[in-house]
Design a protein around this ligand. Structure first.
Ligand code: OKP
Ligand code: ZN
Length: 328
Protein backbone atom coordinates (compact mmCIF):
# COMPACT_ATOMS: atom_id res chain seq x y z
CA UNK A 1 0.00 0.00 0.00
CA UNK A 2 1.28 3.44 -0.93
CA UNK A 3 1.56 5.96 1.89
CA UNK A 4 1.87 9.61 0.92
CA UNK A 5 3.92 11.48 3.49
CA UNK A 6 5.97 14.66 3.90
CA UNK A 7 8.21 15.97 6.68
CA UNK A 8 6.90 19.49 5.97
CA UNK A 9 3.74 18.40 7.82
CA UNK A 10 5.87 18.28 10.99
CA UNK A 11 6.74 22.00 10.98
CA UNK A 12 3.44 23.24 12.45
CA UNK A 13 4.12 22.76 16.17
CA UNK A 14 2.30 25.19 18.46
CA UNK A 15 3.52 24.85 22.05
CA UNK A 16 0.24 25.07 23.89
CA UNK A 17 -3.50 25.02 23.66
CA UNK A 18 -6.25 25.87 26.10
CA UNK A 19 -8.64 23.11 27.12
CA UNK A 20 -11.31 23.84 29.71
CA UNK A 21 -9.49 27.02 30.70
CA UNK A 22 -6.16 25.27 31.26
CA UNK A 23 -2.97 25.83 29.29
CA UNK A 24 -1.64 22.42 28.25
CA UNK A 25 0.86 21.00 25.73
CA UNK A 26 -0.51 21.09 22.18
CA UNK A 27 -1.95 17.61 21.70
CA UNK A 28 -2.07 17.63 17.90
CA UNK A 29 1.72 17.26 17.85
CA UNK A 30 4.23 16.30 15.14
CA UNK A 31 5.07 13.19 17.21
CA UNK A 32 1.71 11.74 16.19
CA UNK A 33 2.86 11.53 12.59
CA UNK A 34 6.34 10.35 13.50
CA UNK A 35 4.92 7.49 15.58
CA UNK A 36 2.62 6.34 12.78
CA UNK A 37 5.41 6.55 10.24
CA UNK A 38 7.78 4.56 12.47
CA UNK A 39 5.25 1.79 12.88
CA UNK A 40 4.28 1.55 9.22
CA UNK A 41 7.97 1.65 8.27
CA UNK A 42 8.49 -1.53 10.30
CA UNK A 43 6.02 -3.44 8.11
CA UNK A 44 6.94 -4.61 4.61
CA UNK A 45 3.65 -3.78 2.87
CA UNK A 46 3.88 0.02 3.08
CA UNK A 47 5.75 2.12 0.49
CA UNK A 48 6.33 5.76 1.37
CA UNK A 49 5.87 8.29 -1.42
CA UNK A 50 6.45 12.07 -1.39
CA UNK A 51 3.65 14.36 -2.56
CA UNK A 52 3.81 16.51 -5.66
CA UNK A 53 2.89 20.20 -5.40
CA UNK A 54 -0.40 20.59 -7.25
CA UNK A 55 -0.76 24.25 -6.32
CA UNK A 56 -3.63 26.19 -4.78
CA UNK A 57 -6.42 25.39 -7.22
CA UNK A 58 -7.62 22.15 -5.58
CA UNK A 59 -7.63 23.94 -2.22
CA UNK A 60 -9.61 26.86 -3.66
CA UNK A 61 -12.32 24.41 -4.77
CA UNK A 62 -13.27 24.24 -1.08
CA UNK A 63 -11.86 27.36 0.60
CA UNK A 64 -12.43 30.99 -0.52
CA UNK A 65 -9.43 33.15 -1.33
CA UNK A 66 -9.88 35.55 1.61
CA UNK A 67 -9.66 32.65 4.05
CA UNK A 68 -6.56 31.22 2.37
CA UNK A 69 -4.94 34.69 2.46
CA UNK A 70 -5.80 34.94 6.14
CA UNK A 71 -4.01 31.66 6.87
CA UNK A 72 -1.03 32.80 4.82
CA UNK A 73 -0.66 36.24 6.39
CA UNK A 74 -2.30 36.28 9.83
CA UNK A 75 0.84 35.38 11.77
CA UNK A 76 3.07 38.06 10.21
CA UNK A 77 0.35 40.69 10.43
CA UNK A 78 -0.25 39.86 14.04
CA UNK A 79 3.47 40.17 14.83
CA UNK A 80 3.66 43.45 12.91
CA UNK A 81 0.84 45.11 14.82
CA UNK A 82 2.17 43.96 18.15
CA UNK A 83 -0.56 41.38 18.39
CA UNK A 84 -3.98 42.71 19.21
CA UNK A 85 -6.32 42.74 16.25
CA UNK A 86 -8.42 40.23 14.30
CA UNK A 87 -6.16 37.32 15.20
CA UNK A 88 -9.15 35.07 15.59
CA UNK A 89 -11.31 36.43 12.77
CA UNK A 90 -11.71 33.03 11.10
CA UNK A 91 -11.19 30.80 14.16
CA UNK A 92 -13.98 29.08 16.03
CA UNK A 93 -12.02 27.84 19.05
CA UNK A 94 -8.67 28.00 20.86
CA UNK A 95 -7.11 24.90 19.34
CA UNK A 96 -6.10 26.40 15.99
CA UNK A 97 -2.97 28.31 16.89
CA UNK A 98 -1.52 29.99 13.80
CA UNK A 99 2.28 30.04 14.00
CA UNK A 100 4.82 31.08 11.41
CA UNK A 101 4.84 27.49 10.10
CA UNK A 102 1.12 26.78 10.08
CA UNK A 103 0.33 27.70 6.49
CA UNK A 104 3.27 25.72 5.16
CA UNK A 105 2.21 22.55 6.99
CA UNK A 106 -1.51 22.97 6.28
CA UNK A 107 -0.71 23.50 2.59
CA UNK A 108 1.57 20.45 2.59
CA UNK A 109 -1.05 18.38 4.40
CA UNK A 110 -3.48 19.24 1.60
CA UNK A 111 -0.82 18.42 -1.02
CA UNK A 112 -0.27 14.98 0.55
CA UNK A 113 -3.99 14.25 0.25
CA UNK A 114 -4.30 15.76 -3.24
CA UNK A 115 -1.38 13.67 -4.49
CA UNK A 116 -2.86 10.53 -2.94
CA UNK A 117 -6.28 11.23 -4.49
CA UNK A 118 -4.78 11.83 -7.93
CA UNK A 119 -2.76 8.62 -7.65
CA UNK A 120 -5.86 6.61 -6.70
CA UNK A 121 -7.86 8.16 -9.56
CA UNK A 122 -5.12 7.41 -12.06
CA UNK A 123 -4.76 3.86 -10.83
CA UNK A 124 -8.50 3.20 -11.10
CA UNK A 125 -8.74 4.76 -14.55
CA UNK A 126 -5.84 2.65 -15.80
CA UNK A 127 -7.08 -0.60 -14.26
CA UNK A 128 -9.32 -3.17 -15.83
CA UNK A 129 -11.93 -4.82 -13.57
CA UNK A 130 -9.51 -7.69 -13.06
CA UNK A 131 -6.73 -5.51 -11.73
CA UNK A 132 -9.08 -4.08 -9.08
CA UNK A 133 -8.30 -7.28 -7.22
CA UNK A 134 -6.75 -6.61 -4.74
CA UNK A 135 -8.87 -3.60 -4.00
CA UNK A 136 -6.87 -0.37 -4.38
CA UNK A 137 -6.25 1.54 -1.17
CA UNK A 138 -3.98 4.53 -0.54
CA UNK A 139 -3.11 6.26 2.70
CA UNK A 140 -2.56 10.03 3.01
CA UNK A 141 -0.52 10.29 6.22
CA UNK A 142 -0.90 13.98 6.88
CA UNK A 143 -1.32 16.63 9.55
CA UNK A 144 -2.73 19.08 10.52
CA UNK A 145 -6.03 17.22 10.15
CA UNK A 146 -9.03 18.62 8.29
CA UNK A 147 -12.54 17.47 9.16
CA UNK A 148 -13.40 20.36 11.53
CA UNK A 149 -12.33 23.01 9.00
CA UNK A 150 -15.27 24.69 7.32
CA UNK A 151 -14.77 26.51 4.03
CA UNK A 152 -13.81 29.71 5.89
CA UNK A 153 -13.39 28.66 9.51
CA UNK A 154 -10.55 26.83 11.22
CA UNK A 155 -11.33 24.83 14.31
CA UNK A 156 -10.40 21.68 16.21
CA UNK A 157 -6.73 21.64 15.03
CA UNK A 158 -7.96 21.84 11.41
CA UNK A 159 -7.19 24.56 8.86
CA UNK A 160 -7.87 23.08 5.42
CA UNK A 161 -10.44 20.34 4.94
CA UNK A 162 -8.33 17.60 3.37
CA UNK A 163 -11.20 15.13 2.94
CA UNK A 164 -13.32 17.77 1.19
CA UNK A 165 -10.47 18.82 -1.08
CA UNK A 166 -9.85 15.22 -2.16
CA UNK A 167 -13.58 14.67 -2.60
CA UNK A 168 -13.66 17.41 -5.22
CA UNK A 169 -10.83 15.67 -7.07
CA UNK A 170 -12.44 12.23 -7.01
CA UNK A 171 -15.89 13.65 -7.92
CA UNK A 172 -14.61 14.81 -11.31
CA UNK A 173 -15.93 12.97 -14.40
CA UNK A 174 -19.34 12.41 -12.75
CA UNK A 175 -17.99 10.04 -10.12
CA UNK A 176 -19.77 9.50 -6.82
CA UNK A 177 -17.95 9.63 -3.51
CA UNK A 178 -18.72 8.41 -0.01
CA UNK A 179 -16.94 9.96 2.95
CA UNK A 180 -16.90 7.64 5.93
CA UNK A 181 -15.70 9.61 8.96
CA UNK A 182 -14.59 7.27 11.76
CA UNK A 183 -12.71 9.86 13.81
CA UNK A 184 -14.04 10.07 17.39
CA UNK A 185 -15.24 13.63 16.73
CA UNK A 186 -18.05 14.68 14.45
CA UNK A 187 -16.63 16.13 11.22
CA UNK A 188 -18.69 19.30 11.34
CA UNK A 189 -16.57 21.03 8.68
CA UNK A 190 -17.01 18.25 6.15
CA UNK A 191 -20.72 18.01 6.91
CA UNK A 192 -21.19 21.75 6.43
CA UNK A 193 -19.21 21.97 3.21
CA UNK A 194 -21.40 19.33 1.53
CA UNK A 195 -24.67 19.86 3.41
CA UNK A 196 -26.56 21.00 0.31
CA UNK A 197 -25.06 18.41 -2.01
CA UNK A 198 -26.09 14.84 -2.90
CA UNK A 199 -22.48 13.98 -3.75
CA UNK A 200 -20.62 13.03 -1.57
CA UNK A 201 -22.66 10.96 0.84
CA UNK A 202 -21.25 11.93 4.24
CA UNK A 203 -21.43 9.33 7.02
CA UNK A 204 -20.02 9.96 10.49
CA UNK A 205 -19.79 7.78 13.58
CA UNK A 206 -18.73 9.83 16.58
CA UNK A 207 -18.74 10.10 20.36
CA UNK A 208 -21.56 12.25 21.69
CA UNK A 209 -22.00 14.53 23.51
CA UNK A 210 -18.52 15.92 22.91
CA UNK A 211 -16.58 18.40 20.79
CA UNK A 212 -17.71 20.10 18.51
CA UNK A 213 -20.82 19.99 20.72
CA UNK A 214 -23.42 21.60 18.46
CA UNK A 215 -23.39 19.29 15.45
CA UNK A 216 -23.56 15.57 14.77
CA UNK A 217 -27.18 14.94 15.67
CA UNK A 218 -29.05 12.21 13.81
CA UNK A 219 -31.60 14.81 12.74
CA UNK A 220 -28.98 16.55 10.53
CA UNK A 221 -29.68 14.81 7.23
CA UNK A 222 -28.69 17.41 4.65
CA UNK A 223 -30.85 20.03 2.95
CA UNK A 224 -32.18 20.74 -0.52
CA UNK A 225 -30.47 18.44 -3.01
CA UNK A 226 -28.40 17.21 -0.12
CA UNK A 227 -31.35 15.91 1.85
CA UNK A 228 -30.75 12.29 2.81
CA UNK A 229 -27.05 12.44 1.97
CA UNK A 230 -25.75 13.24 5.44
CA UNK A 231 -25.85 10.47 8.02
CA UNK A 232 -24.83 10.97 11.64
CA UNK A 233 -24.44 8.14 14.11
CA UNK A 234 -23.79 9.48 17.62
CA UNK A 235 -22.25 6.93 20.00
CA UNK A 236 -22.00 6.84 23.77
CA UNK A 237 -18.60 6.64 25.46
CA UNK A 238 -19.13 3.00 26.49
CA UNK A 239 -19.33 1.79 22.86
CA UNK A 240 -17.04 -1.25 22.51
CA UNK A 241 -15.68 -3.08 19.45
CA UNK A 242 -18.75 -5.28 18.93
CA UNK A 243 -21.23 -2.45 19.31
CA UNK A 244 -19.20 -0.14 17.06
CA UNK A 245 -18.80 -2.73 14.34
CA UNK A 246 -22.50 -3.55 14.48
CA UNK A 247 -23.40 0.10 13.87
CA UNK A 248 -20.79 0.43 11.15
CA UNK A 249 -22.09 -2.69 9.42
CA UNK A 250 -25.65 -1.37 9.58
CA UNK A 251 -24.78 1.95 7.95
CA UNK A 252 -22.77 0.14 5.28
CA UNK A 253 -25.76 -2.01 4.38
CA UNK A 254 -28.44 0.66 4.70
CA UNK A 255 -26.72 3.75 3.35
CA UNK A 256 -23.27 3.24 1.85
CA UNK A 257 -23.80 0.19 -0.38
CA UNK A 258 -27.13 1.41 -1.86
CA UNK A 259 -25.51 4.76 -2.74
CA UNK A 260 -23.40 2.99 -5.38
CA UNK A 261 -20.34 5.18 -5.14
CA UNK A 262 -17.19 5.05 -7.25
CA UNK A 263 -14.80 6.00 -4.46
CA UNK A 264 -14.59 5.81 -0.69
CA UNK A 265 -12.76 8.39 1.40
CA UNK A 266 -12.16 7.37 5.00
CA UNK A 267 -11.56 10.20 7.45
CA UNK A 268 -9.35 8.03 9.60
CA UNK A 269 -9.13 8.99 13.25
CA UNK A 270 -8.08 6.52 15.93
CA UNK A 271 -9.14 8.70 18.85
CA UNK A 272 -11.99 6.23 19.43
CA UNK A 273 -9.27 4.14 21.15
CA UNK A 274 -10.16 3.21 24.74
CA UNK A 275 -7.28 5.16 26.29
CA UNK A 276 -7.26 8.21 24.01
CA UNK A 277 -6.60 11.40 25.93
CA UNK A 278 -9.07 13.61 24.04
CA UNK A 279 -11.68 11.24 22.66
CA UNK A 280 -12.05 7.64 23.72
CA UNK A 281 -14.76 5.09 23.12
CA UNK A 282 -13.88 1.52 24.20
CA UNK A 283 -12.21 0.47 20.94
CA UNK A 284 -9.20 -1.88 21.20
CA UNK A 285 -6.27 -2.29 18.83
CA UNK A 286 -7.83 -5.54 17.61
CA UNK A 287 -11.06 -3.63 16.92
CA UNK A 288 -9.24 -1.46 14.37
CA UNK A 289 -8.24 -4.57 12.42
CA UNK A 290 -11.90 -5.59 12.24
CA UNK A 291 -12.85 -2.05 11.22
CA UNK A 292 -10.41 -2.26 8.31
CA UNK A 293 -11.87 -5.61 7.22
CA UNK A 294 -15.37 -4.17 7.29
CA UNK A 295 -14.26 -1.12 5.29
CA UNK A 296 -12.77 -3.49 2.74
CA UNK A 297 -16.18 -5.18 2.40
CA UNK A 298 -17.58 -1.93 0.97
CA UNK A 299 -15.48 -2.93 -2.02
CA UNK A 300 -14.56 0.53 -3.32
CA UNK A 301 -11.22 2.11 -4.25
CA UNK A 302 -10.36 3.77 -0.97
CA UNK A 303 -8.45 6.84 0.10
CA UNK A 304 -7.60 6.89 3.79
CA UNK A 305 -7.04 10.43 5.09
CA UNK A 306 -5.43 10.88 8.50
CA UNK A 307 -7.50 12.84 11.03
CA UNK A 308 -7.21 12.49 14.85
CA UNK A 309 -5.72 10.08 17.40
CA UNK A 310 -3.75 11.23 20.41
CA UNK A 311 -2.59 8.16 22.33
CA UNK A 312 1.01 8.12 21.15
CA UNK A 313 1.84 4.66 22.48
CA UNK A 314 -0.75 2.98 20.25
CA UNK A 315 -1.44 5.43 17.44
CA UNK A 316 0.90 3.53 15.08
CA UNK A 317 -0.51 0.08 15.64
CA UNK A 318 -4.11 1.33 15.59
CA UNK A 319 -3.73 3.12 12.26
CA UNK A 320 -1.67 0.19 10.95
CA UNK A 321 -4.36 -2.28 11.96
CA UNK A 322 -7.09 -0.45 10.02
CA UNK A 323 -4.89 -0.51 6.92
CA UNK A 324 -3.83 -4.13 7.45
CA UNK A 325 -7.46 -5.13 7.95
CA UNK A 326 -8.29 -3.46 4.64
CA UNK A 327 -5.37 -5.15 2.93
CA UNK A 328 -6.04 -8.74 4.05
C1 OKP B 1 -9.72 17.05 16.33
B1 OKP B 1 -9.96 15.74 15.64
C2 OKP B 1 -11.69 18.66 24.55
C3 OKP B 1 -11.38 19.85 23.67
C4 OKP B 1 -11.02 19.37 22.32
C5 OKP B 1 -10.40 20.12 20.08
C6 OKP B 1 -10.53 18.70 19.67
C7 OKP B 1 -10.29 18.56 18.21
C8 OKP B 1 -10.23 17.16 17.73
N1 OKP B 1 -12.24 19.01 25.81
N2 OKP B 1 -10.51 20.40 21.47
O1 OKP B 1 -11.28 15.46 15.32
O2 OKP B 1 -9.37 14.61 16.28
ZN1 ZN C 1 -11.02 13.51 16.56
Amino acid sequence: MKVFYSNVCLKHAPKHEIISGNLIDYLESPSRLIKIKEYLDSLPIFDFVSPIDNGLDPILSVHPKDYVEYLQTAYDEWVNIGGNKDAGLYCSDLSCCITKDTWESAYESAQVVISAALELKRFVEESSEKEMNPLPGIFALCRPPGHHANSNVCSGYCFLNNAAISTNILKKDNKKVVILDIDYHHGNGTQDIFYLSSNPLYVSLHGSPDYPWFTGNESEKGEGEGEGFNVNIPLSKDTDDDEYLKKLKKVIYENINPYNADYLIVSLGVDTYKDDIIGGLQITSEGYKRMGELIKSINLPTLFVMEGGYHLETIGINVGNVLLGFNT
